[in-house]
Design a protein around this ligand. Structure first.
Ligand code: DC
Length: 218
């Protein structure tokens, strides 16, 4: 199997790169963040506090998440419903970061991710793919960018989607999420020792994609 792991903080451009790679190489793109987002959405619907591990554990068995592919695009399903749009709401981002700190949630999603990756050539993006989910992945990249650049990108994306956001609040949220994701006890965000580091702050998406492809095609 060819597995390409793309890890890095929010807004670093991982999903853009992953989508392009998946198209160019004709392999699947698994967006693992979407799975944590779907868990957070379930908790949100049930009025569960995503920070509270006990409350989160009480709903684990009620969480039914599936990923399906339609025309090569991932659709994330929660309880049989396509929630691909709902999980992108800005308020779900922080909740996903909070819920992802808990052990049982991670165990549930990591086993699903490994199951998919074991049977399919794919590019996966997330926080712990190269360090924990697939430590033996053939290719590993750690994609990052300055917090200012990442905020600019996220801001543009949310505005384009018609959501109202305040720039400074968004930047503070991204910094908080960076802190959360890299300081949690289980599988925190960090660059794997054998991952290639790409700082995309001053790179166009095409430059990043071509750089990644130059390693993969070697
Ligand atoms: O990539 P994203 O912004 O959609 O991810 C949402 C949250 O999910 C992120 O803040 C941390 C968590 N996450 C994780 O812990 N591990 C992953 N492999 C992917 C996402």
């Amino acid at each position: 199997m060819i597995n390409i792991a793309l890890d890095g903080p929010s807004g670093s451009g991982k999903s853009t790169i992953a989508k392009a790679l998946s198209n160019k190489l004709g392999i699947l793109y698994l967006d693992t963040g979407a799975m944590y987002r779907a868990c957070a959405l379930k908790a949100h619907y049930l009025g569960i506090d995503c920070k509270n591990e006990e409350q989160v554990n009480s709903i684990i068995d009620l969480i039914d998440i599936k990923v399906k592919y339609q025309d090569g695009t991932q659709h994330t399903y929660l309880d049989g419903n396509d929630v691909s749009k709902e999980i992108r709401q800005n308020e779900i981002s922080m909740k996903a970061s909070d819920i992802s700190a808990h052990k049982k949630i991670r165990e549930k999603l990591v086993s699903l991710q490994r199951e998919i990756a074991q049977n399919t050539d794919c590019v996966l993006d997330g926080r712990d793919i190269g360090t924990f989910v697939l430590p033996f992945a053939k290719f590993k990249f750690y994609i990052t960018a300055s917090v200012e650049e990442r905020t600019n990108r996220r801001y543009k994306e949310l505005i384009e989607r018609g959501q109202t956001v305040d720039y400074d609040t968004l930047k503070a949220e991204i910094e908080k999420r960076d802190y959360n994701d890299s300081h949690r006890e289980i599988a925190p965000l960090r660059q794997a020792d054998d991952a290639i580091l790409l700082d995309t702050s001053f790179m166009t998406p095409d430059e990043v994609i071509n750089t990644v492809l130059s390693y993969v095609n070697k």
